[in-house]
Design a protein around this ligand. Sequence first.
Ligand code: 5AD
Length: 423
Amino acid sequence: MCYAIPGRVIELNGKFAVVDYFGEHRNVFNEFEGLKVGDYVYAQGGIIVQKISEDDALIILKEWKQLFFELKEVDSAISVMDENTFDKILSNAEQGLENEEALRLLKLSNKNEMDLLFKTANKLRQKRLKNSCCIHGIIEFSNYCRNNCFYCGIRCENKQLQRYRMTVEEIVVLADYSVNKLGFKALVLQSGEDMWYTTEKLVEIIKRIKEKCGVLLFMSVGTRSFECYTAMHEAGARGVLLRFETSNPKLYEKIHFGPKSDFKYRIALLKHIKKLGYIIATGALIGLPGQTETDLLNDILLAKSLEADMYSFGPFIPHPKTPFSGAEIVDINIVLKVLSVARLLNPDAKLLVTTALETLDVDGRRLGLLSGANSLMINITPLEYKNLYEIYPNRAGSDVETAVKNTLNLLYSLGRAPTDLGL
Ligand code: 5AD
């Protein structure tokens, strides 16, 4: 089984190409020398990550063909709405939602109105991006952190937490297994801000993985130096997951502690990263103490102004060993409203359902996907470490094989297929 469907190159324009998936076309970026029209490829996040032989591709596509069209029908049936109601909201959204209207939507509290918002966002997702859904594997390779952020369970002052570090070899072996045995085409390597992994070590990890695997590698290693991000890009990483956590500078400064932990640096770094050519996944925590609906709207607008390729918005879940242990648990509808408004403000976005949403609500992933989201993460951290990567408590999860099976069942029940979303 694989978590991406191969496509056929039908057009080449310099560094860009158009890939066909059963008649649907996506624009992608190409770094493969000698790519030709007619070649079969895997793309992730709008970047070609692997070429495959025509013989192999045709076998896989034959297996997918019937399922692909069945899934599209399921998705269309789920996304259907009363046309009159839908047209009105949707045409407003498609013409560009005013900020005031977006704020009103974030403040909705009536159940029927919220449901209509979620359905509209889902319909817009379906209309613009069809049933494409990307699946990323995440490896949490170290829970050491030099920072002391108020919301995070792996903050350095949490002395009760047992710390771990995966060796370079362990990380490379796990990535190799995840890509070449399990079929992942995009991986996120995440850790606390652990400077044991020097720039040189991170570069070595990336180079060794890229030698063995055709994969889109996302790095999620925090506010490192500009030079570190430049070096990781040169080594072959093409994505960065770095949230700005909140767009409200005052709130930001109140809850972040550590080197390079000021708001200005983080935003400047995100801009630098974007300029380097990385795909950026960014966003904020939802439900932080003191956060308002206006902050949430500004969070979505900031992600947009940073030209986020992927939106990562998830609930804040209080951790008992942090200063925010007594904070109120956010209502899932607030998270779903943020996802929906993010979709309405950015109709073509890749919108992630975070693993924290699953912890907040067992049905969180399904509800997120039905509120405008179209990307998922599967945690592939070894079980012995996963429980220790305690950014928030009670992290949802099972072994990788079960997680993969559950995710695919969920996607199929919603009619989603792992075709690339393109650029
Ligand atoms: N609840 C939810 N998400 C959290 N993170 C850190 N602590 C928590 C928490 N208590 C998130 C941050 C960070 C990501 C790696 O983990 O947003 O960017």
